[in-house]
Design a protein around this ligand. Structure first.
Ligand SMILES: Cc1cc2nc3c(=O)[nH]c(=O)nc-3n(C[C@H](O)[C@H](O)[C@H](O)COP(=O)(O)OP(=O)(O)OC[C@H]3O[C@@H](n4cnc5c(N)ncnc54)[C@H](O)[C@@H]3O)c2cc1C
Length: 421
């Protein structure tokens, strides 16, 4: 292969391009947007007067493909990696606070130590939770273990965040795949990695710079509207400036969201049901000595807000599996959620009266729904649609839910497909 066209500069496209340039291929990345990053990006918000991320993203030290990617683009210093695994929580109804603190090694002695586990839980609950990694069928998360305190105060919040799907529908086996690579490997694989500045500074700009340094071209505002397939091969792409010939030795990596891929490749079976994620950013400088000071985030149960993150000059709430709220007015959402933030930050109740400047970011098709019906629609990277084409994206058959880790792995596998053509 002489020249590889990568369509889409999200994490899957960027990681494919990294592998391909490392293997000496000439690469052009075509990105429809005016910036790279796709569903994982930062931008300046005029309303807040701040740079924000489209959504809070949590990486864990057990996300090995993501860590290798960060190392490859020289961005380790752009992340704050926690020294220890600590997951602070608060119940918004009762006001109780607790922290789950897995010990570093693989032998999980932390489940025997009251101060490290969810209060009023039993060893048998943890054994039940660990059995989830053995589930291979279509059991939903809600039926994967006893629905006691451990379920409501740890598993359910983590499952909704990881799968972006309600626990009644979300597949336990996809959650199990995440747990196998994190919680089951011990606390050393569960340390939070948060971007110091923003997602683009941590994951996107350094990748684009690395690619450019290796001679790749990253074309922005370059939407590919059509692909010509002749004789079982892609022979041309149509971009904003006209037809781009794809030579007999050239290849294409299609790294776009599933609905775009299905448009460009008629007949492709791909996920077709999606869940929204809401992020509500409030201009508020959280006290470094306060509840977000040590870890930078907190999990919230029994309220509307699910996770709260400390960001430069603002605090930011995530609500996953948010299809039922996403069409509500931004002001209504921001006003509903702000009292949860006040409680989580331990501020006086009077602070609930004054809504700070806010921005509600609605990612309507944030991820595919992690259900059995969608799981069978996830295609492999190698495709019969064209012999010089590979598919990438968090929605391909990665064995993981739609995550940064899955997106990066899909890009690496798509590059492997192209390199073996
Ligand atoms: C709000 C939110 C919060 C999230 N939180 C987490 C988290 O905490 N942890 C985690 O691991 N993951 C999280 N995720 C998921 C993660 O962001 C995604 O899995 C990942 O970014 C997907 O990357 P991708 O390359 O597969 O797709 P995308 O990022 O969608 O990239 C596809 C790219 O293709 C471009 N494109 C589309 N059409 C065309 C075309 N015709 N021609 C050229 N280019 C085109 C798009 O503009 C886009 O840049 C979150 C996602 C969202 C939205």
């Amino acid at each position: 292969m002489t020249h590889v066209h990568v369509i889409g500069a999200g994490l899957s496209g960027l990681s494919a391009a990294l592998s391909l340039t490392a293997a000496g291929r000439t690469v052009t990345v075509h990105e429809a947007g005016s910036a790279a990053g796709g569903r994982c990006r930062s931008y300046f918000d005029k309303e807040l007067g701040l740079r924000i991320d489209n959504g809070n993203h949590l990486l864990l030290s057990g996300n090995r493909a993501a860590r290798a990617y960060i190392a490859e683009v020289g961005a380790e210093n752009a992340f704050e990696t926690a020294k220890r695994a600590v997951f602070p929580f608060m119940d918004l109804k009762t006001g109780e606070r607790w922290s789950v603190r897995p010990n570093s090694g693989r032998i999980p002695w932390w489940v025997l130590t009251a101060g490290r586990r969810v209060p009023e839980t039993r060893l048998s609950d943890y054994l039940g939770m660990a059995r989830i990694v053995r589930i291979r069928d279509d059991t939903p998360v809600a039926d994967s273990m006893r629905r006691g305190r451990l379920y409501w105060r740890l598993l359910e919040p983590i499952a909704v965040a990881a799968l972006n799907t309600s626990s009644q529908e979300g597949l336990a086996r996809l959650l199990g795949a995440v747990m196998r690579e994190t919680l089951l490997r011990g606390g050393k694989a569960c340390r939070a990695m948060l971007p110091k500045e923003g997602l683009s500074e941590g994951l996107i700009h350094p990748a684009v710079a690395t690619l450019q340094g290796r001679g790749a071209e990253v074309r922005l505002n370059s939407r590919i509207a059509d692909m010509t397939i002749e004789g079982g091969r892609i022979t041309a792409l149509r971009g904003p400036e006209g037809v781009i010939a794809v030579g007999p030795d050239d290849a294409v990596v299609l790294a776009v969201p599933p609905w775009v891929a299905a448009d460009l490749l008629p007949g492709l079976i791909a996920p077709d049901a999606f869940e929204a994620i809401l992020n509500i950013h409030y201009r508020y400088a959280a006290d470094p000595g306060g509840p977000l000071g040590k870890t930078g985030f907190i999990g919230l149960t029994s309220g509307t807000a699910e996770w709260l993150f400390k960001k430069p000059g603002h605090v930011s709430v995530t609500i996953s599996a948010a299809n039922n709220m996403v069409d509500d007015a931004a002001r209504a959402i921001a006003s509903l959620v702000w009292p949860n933030v006040v409680d989580a930050l331990g501020l006086p109740a009077s602070a609930k009266e004054t809504l700070p400047a806010y921005r509600v970011v609605k990612e309507k098709r944030a991820t595919f729904t992690a259900t059995a019906r969608q799981e069978v629609r996830r295609p492999a990277g190698r495709t019969a649609h064209a012999s010089n084409l590979a598919l990438a994206g968090d929605w391909t058959d990665t064995g993981l839910p739609a995550t940064i880790e899955g997106a990066i792995r899909s890009g690496r596998s798509a590059a492997d497909v192209v390199l073996t053509l």
